[in-house]
Ligand binder design. Structure first.
Ligand code: GDP
Length: 138
């Protein structure tokens, strides 16, 4: 059964010119792009998006980083999309990411790690609804 997940190409990867290469990995991975947009977000918007991490010591630094420049956000669809995108992304810390994963290839550090992907069906639903209106999903 087909499933939707939410993803962001983070500001570090957009700045370094990796947008196209990361989109190619996503399409090679068998994902359909249901919606895509490039935008800059405010720190407040980033705080709302990452609210589950508000108690973490890196919350302020993370929300500064996510609002530091343009990002590309997407809704992606395929069977097992949530787990398969996490596999394609690799570990949070690129130093621990498997060879061939997006973070191994394109991430610079545990914070500036190139890509976000939802971690569960409930978070995917929240994240898609936070950034996209229903009519934008094709
Ligand atoms: P993810 O699901 O792999 O993205 O990882 P998490 O949900 O645990 O963390 C969300 C984001 O916070 C990560 O993608 C990183 O950008 C950042 N992050 C996670 N752990 C750390 C950390 O220990 N230090 C810093 N500075 N940032 C972190």
């Amino acid at each position: 059964m087909s499933e939707r997940t939410f993803s962001i190409i983070k500001p570090d990867a957009v700045r370094k010119g990796y947008t196209g290469a990361i989109l190619a990995e996503i399409e090679k991975g068998g994902f359909q792009i249901c919606a895509i947009k490039k935008l800059s977000i405010s720190k407040k918007q980033a705080e709302g998006f990452y609210a589950v991490h508000s108690a973490r010591p890196f919350f302020s630094s993370l929300t500064d980083f996510m609002s530091s420049g343009p990002i590309v956000m997407m809704v992606l669809e395929k069977g097992n999309a949530i787990a398969d995108l996490r596999k394609l992304m690799g570990a949070t810390n690129p130093a621990n990411a498997e060879e061939g994963t997006i973070r191994k290839q394109f991430a610079g550090s545990i914070e500036e790690n190139a890509i976000h992907g939802s971690d569960a069906p409930e978070t995917a639903a929240f994240e898609i609804g936070y950034w996209f209106a229903g009519y934008e999903l094709v």
